[in-house]
Write a protein that binds this ligand. Structure first.
Ligand code: SF4
Length: 140
């Protein structure tokens, strides 16, 4: 059997399985994704999320966004490690988004806007914070 024919057979079988699942009321598509990945805390991402995500990854670890954050870091009692570590670590791993959201709760949006102005790679801190909070939602 040629590779193309084999691929067509596999696709046809997958389509039939999916149609049977729908008719029988079993979850498919997004509900199935949510069911499969809820325990791993991996929420789905939509087209808007995918458009925004590349802008979150440009950090060059210059540390400028951590200037003036000492008081907030100390007051957070370990929840907030500073913006640079948020951008480089917990905000890059969806299962860690609940911790990232707790950390971001220590930084007002007005401060995030100020940090956007000093970041040399234009990390959109407010957009990143919204993304993290949305995906950390227990309403998964
Ligand atoms: S200012 Fe921007 S590039 Fe520098 S550490 Fe912060 S997020 Fe990264």
């Amino acid at each position: 059997m040629s590779a193309q024919l084999r691929a067509l057979v596999i696709l046809a079988l997958a389509l039939m399985r999916s149609l049977v699942a729908r008719v029988s009321g079993r979850p498919t598509g997004l509900p199935l994704f949510l069911e499969n990945y809820r325990d791993d805390r991996l929420p789905p991402v939509g087209p808007d999320d995918r458009d925004a995500m590349p802008a979150f990854s440009g950090c060059v670890a210059c540390g400028l966004c951590d200037r003036g954050e000492g008081e907030r870091i100390a007051a957070s009692r370990g929840e907030y490690p500073g913006l640079m570590r948020l951008v480089l670590a917990s905000s890059r791993s969806m299962p860690d988004f609940d911790a990232a959201a707790r950390a971001l709760a220590h930084v007002p949006d007005a401060v995030l806007a100020e940090k956007e102005a000093v970041c040399p790679t234009s990390i959109p801190f407010r957009r990143l914070a919204r993304f993290v909070r949305d995906k950390a939602s227990p309403a998964l």
